[in-house]
Design a protein around this ligand. Structure first.
Ligand SMILES: Nc1ncnc2c1ncn2[C@@H]1O[C@H](COP(=O)(O)OP(=O)(O)OP(=O)(O)O)[C@@H](O)[C@H]1O
Length: 245
């Protein structure tokens, strides 16, 4: 039986009178690279904020590796890594100084050797003594992933990870996400608008529309189920249009 990395039951979030997420029931098996798609304002960041324990749900529940996001938030935080869309660092400090700071915050043992191991894995060694204020967007992204995986999480959340990257940066990020999944066994949950990238990177997708999950399946099954559509982008637009009709 496949283990479950992420599961939500009737997960709901209201901001005042606005219902951003409506009774979401979602299951992501361990080992998937799951891409959450949806229009602007669909509720994608809200889901990530709930699953990473940055916010509490209005009602409903969710579990990460069997830990409840509300009653076992500390256990959830130990088993997840999170790369927000705009990752923040201390720009006047070097990469190593930043990573040491974050590693200590998350209780990493053998900080120096763990940082070397992570930078090596990400093919990012050699920048340790560079001040972060001089980093390009792609380098910041790489540093953000290093920070997010320092404590060896088993589930990694990425919010719009391709935002602001050039095509080389997008390709490098894809390579990194796939190797985190295949070599380290991490389950990946990513929010994205870049549908061409989803076909190349993700194993399964969900589509969120106005706070409701309207579709979930593997990428392969999705491509087979809509033989008349040329690409995942066309399939996405077709499903979304069906929802609005
Ligand atoms: N703190 C907040 N207070 C009030 N409304 C909010 C708040 N955060 C988000 N919203 C609203 O909730 C809805 C979902 O927002 P969310 O940021 O989760 O969407 P999204 O799918 O991530 O959008 P995008 O693709 O534009 O980043 C939107 O209508 C948004 O305006």
């Amino acid at each position: 039986m496949t283990a479950t990395a992420i599961s939500t039951t009737a997960l709901t979030k209201r901001y005042g009178p606005h219902q951003a997420l409506r009774e979401l029931n979602l299951t992501v098996p361990t080992g998937e690279i799951f891409g959450l798609l949806g229009h602007n304002g669909a509720g994608k960041t809200t889901i990530v904020n709930l699953l990473t324990t940055l916010m509490e749900p209005s009602s409903g529940t969710a579990e990460i590796n069997g830990h409840d996001i509300t009653t076992a938030a500390t256990a959830v935080r130990r088993s997840i890594g999170y790369l927000p869309e705009n990752v923040q660092f201390y720009d006047n400090l070097t990469l190593a100084e930043n990573l040491i700071f974050f590693a200590r915050l998350s209780g990493v043992r053998s900080v120096g050797s763990r940082i070397s191991e992570v930078l090596d894995f990400l093919d990012f060694s050699g920048h340790e003594n560079q001040r972060m204020g001089t980093f390009s967007k792609g380098m910041r992204q790489r540093a953000g992933i290093a920070q997010a995986i320092l404590h060896e999480p088993s589930v990694l959340f990425l919010d719009e990870p391709t935002s602001g990257l050039d095509p080389q940066g997008v390709a490098k990020l894809r390579e990194t996400i796939i190797s985190l999944n295949t070599k380290l066994g991490m389950t990946i949950f990513m929010n994205t608008h870049l549908l061409a990238e989803v076909t190349k990177t993700c194993t399964s997708i969900g589509i969120l529309s106005s706070g409701t999950l309207i579709y979930q399946d593997s990428v392969d099954a999705t491509l087979k189920s809509f033989p008349d559509q040329e690409s995942l982008e066309d399939i996405y637009l077709h499903i979304e249009a069906g929802q609005r009709a």
